[in-house]
Design a protein. Structure first.
Length: 173
């Protein structure tokens, strides 16, 4: 598995910190999914809530390469209302035909990460190969390196697709 890329969405910067750090540790290229209309302030908060509650798929911008130019994509997304952040939902809904094997990193205050991963599996119709849930506090305190290194190792050392048929998903704690 040679071609691995990172695709992240981040509203307030935590996911960006994770994406940049993982890129430093791996040299994998990073690409961003952005909001078409920035979510700033209280109005931005409200839009996040409405988009989550109604499972809306808001407009987004993505200037990265086609996902099928990778063998494996690492998706990084925040958790909103115990579910997948709406811009990443919209991105995956559009791009799912091109999505190769993938893994997920969720950033969150503390809960709902597995629900968000479940959302991704539902939208894409495929299970992730590895999962990492990170708390914002740990990320911003610079305490996620060890978990990111284990996550990287898990992706690189996992075998071919058939080895991933195990019903238990590998999750890095
Ligand atoms: C509308 C909204 C809903 C959120 N819901 C949750 C939640 O259910 N569980 C949680 O742990 N964190 C929740 N958070 C916190 C974010 O997941 C957390 O701050 C995350 O680190 C933000 O990532 P970002 O800085 O990359 O945007 C929520 C944040 C917002 C804006």
């Amino acid at each position: 598995m040679n071609r691995i890329g990172i695709v992240f969405y981040s509203r307030s910067g935590t996911g960006r910190v994770v994406a940049d750090r993982l890129a430093e540790l791996t040299r994998w290229p990073v690409h961003e999914v952005r909001d078409a209309a920035p979510r700033i302030g209280l109005y931005g908060d409200l839009r996040c809530i409405v988009d989550s509650v109604f499972k809306r798929k808001p407009a987004f911008r993505y200037a990265g390469p086609s996902l099928d130019s990778y063998d494996h994509v690492v998706l990084i997304t925040p958790v909103w209302l115990r579910s997948l952040a709406a811009p990443m939902r919209a991105f995956l809904d559009t791009e799912r035909p091109l999505l190769p094997a993938y893994s997920v990193i969720c950033v969150m205050s503390g809960y709902g990460g597995f629900r968000a991963v479940d959302d991704i599996a539902t939208v894409t119709g495929a299970r992730p190969r590895s999962i990492l849930l990170l708390k914002q506090y740990d990320v911003l305190a610079g305490e996620s390196d060890a978990a990111l290194c284990r996550f990287k190792r898990q992706i690189l050392t996992a075998g071919q697709a058939s080895d991933w048929a195990d019903p238990v998903l590998p999750a890095v704690d």
